[in-house]
Design a protein around this ligand. Structure first.
Ligand SMILES: C[S@@+](CC[C@H](N)C(=O)[O-])C[C@H]1O[C@@H](n2cnc3c(N)ncnc32)[C@H](O)[C@@H]1O
Length: 364
């Protein structure tokens, strides 16, 4: 199911945004993981040729430059594996990597591998399993062209390693277009790892189909990872092109990915549209995110209950679209002013509207 493109192709605005999310997350992930491990691994399962037609960086180079130019004084080794199935693109990528090699410190090792993502990953993970070893912490980027090359069982196998995380590009537009064709049923069984996707065929409203397809994949990821978050990319016609799904077992990882996504879309709708971007409309919506849903959700979940500020913070990360920075000053301080919350155990000399660790709140 690959698109008829040459060895390199044009960079679309939404691809640049995808790279921005990838780079921002990688920038946060690297120092956290490298401070606790001797070796960390980054795998780009569908690496591409390394460059776009006007010389812009492909995802392998985006990540290598982020690692090379990071200000964190890293001692750990970073191993980057770039898998690419098209021979010409893989050769192109190898040339780009060769050019870059002299600029990389010895603690960054990288290789372009010619082959299929699922075969390569399965083989690697089987060897590690057989040796009863644990895979070093790994961030795996899965960025295919279509829907037939990313079997869910491979994604699940990666997530079976508790310190592994995935960012999967789910090709929504193609899935939606082909989902009713019986000849692709086996591909969809493999993609979703469940047969329940068949229920989507009876839905005709586009928004219902989008939600149903999104939610089935999200639920599947949640069977293998504690936290899943998505970001939607819309095309020039302003309809969903693909959905990025991030899955992790680590709450800090989720927080960092949500921060990266909020940077790319500061309205908090977790979307980027080539349509609104081309018309210069993105900035019109961006000034102030609507935080009212966070206040409502807090009251719905915690009214009449006591909760420690740290637990509330973790709940915001895990269960809402919002970030910790949206909590204290924008929401809790005005709620305290309005008498909607009581500080049960104030720290000595506490100032009103501040909520240091250990503070217990009660919502009325
Ligand atoms: C969307 S492009 C990747 C773009 C790249 N990640 C980037 O952001 O610059 C998908 C790439 O996957 C390659 N590909 C297709 N099927 C593959 C497979 N089964 N395993 C590995 N690579 C594959 C294609 O040749 C293509 O270069």
């Amino acid at each position: 199911m690959s698109k008829p493109l040459g060895t390199v192709w044009n960079l679309e605005p939404h691809t640049a945004k995808k790279h921005e999310i990838l780079r921002r997350y990688f920038d946060a992930w690297l120092p956290i993981m490298a401070s606790r491990n001797d070796r960390v691994v980054y795998i780009d399962g569908f690496a591409g040729p390394g460059k776009y037609s006007m010389g812009e960086d492909g995802s392998p180079i985006v990540v290598l430059k982020a690692a090379r130019d990071h200000t964190y004084p890293m001692k750990a080794e970073l191993v980057c594996i770039f898998v690419e199935n098209d021979l010409e693109r893989c050769k192109h990528l190898k040339n780009v990597l060769d050019e870059m090699a002299p600029t990389l410190p010895s603690r960054i090792r990288c290789a372009a591998v010619h082959g299929r993502f699922d075969e390569h990953l399965t083989k690697t993970l089987n060897v590690i399993e057989a040796q009863k070893k644990n895979l070093a912490p790994a961030f795996v980027f899965i960025d295919p062209f279509g829907f037939s090359q990313t079997p869910f069982k491979t994604v699940a196998k990666v997530l079976g390693n508790s310190r592994c995380e995935v960012l999967v590009n789910f090709m929504y537009e193609e899935v939606n277009r082909f989902i009713s064709l019986e000849e692709h049923a086996e591909d969809f069984d493999n993609l979703f790892g469940t047969a329940v996707w068949r229920s989507v065929r009876s839905l005709s409203a586009p928004s219902q189909r989008r939600k149903a397809i999104h939610d089935i994949y999200l639920r599947q990821l949640k069977t293998c990872a504690a936290h899943v978050h998505s970001f939607e990319m819309l095309n020039k016609g302003n309809s969903t092109d693909y959905i990025l799904f991030f899955a992790t077992n680590n709450l800090k990882g989720l927080e960092k990915m949500k921060e990266a996504m909020w940077k790319v879309d500061d309205t908090g709708s977790f979307q980027f549209s080539d349509h609104t971007d081309a018309r210069g409309l993105m900035s019109l919506f961006s000034a102030h995110p609507n935080l009212a849903p966070l206040r409502e959700a807090i009251l719905k979940n915690f009214r009449g209950r006591q909760v420690k500020i740290e637990s509330l913070r973790d709940w915001v990360i895990a269960e809402t679209e919002f970030l910790p920075k949206h909590l204290k000053v924008p929401i809790l301080a005005p709620m305290e002013d309005a008498g909607e919350l009581l500080v049960v155990s104030p720290a000595p000399k506490r100032r009103k509207g501040t909520f240091s660790d250990g503070t217990i709140l009660k919502f009325s």
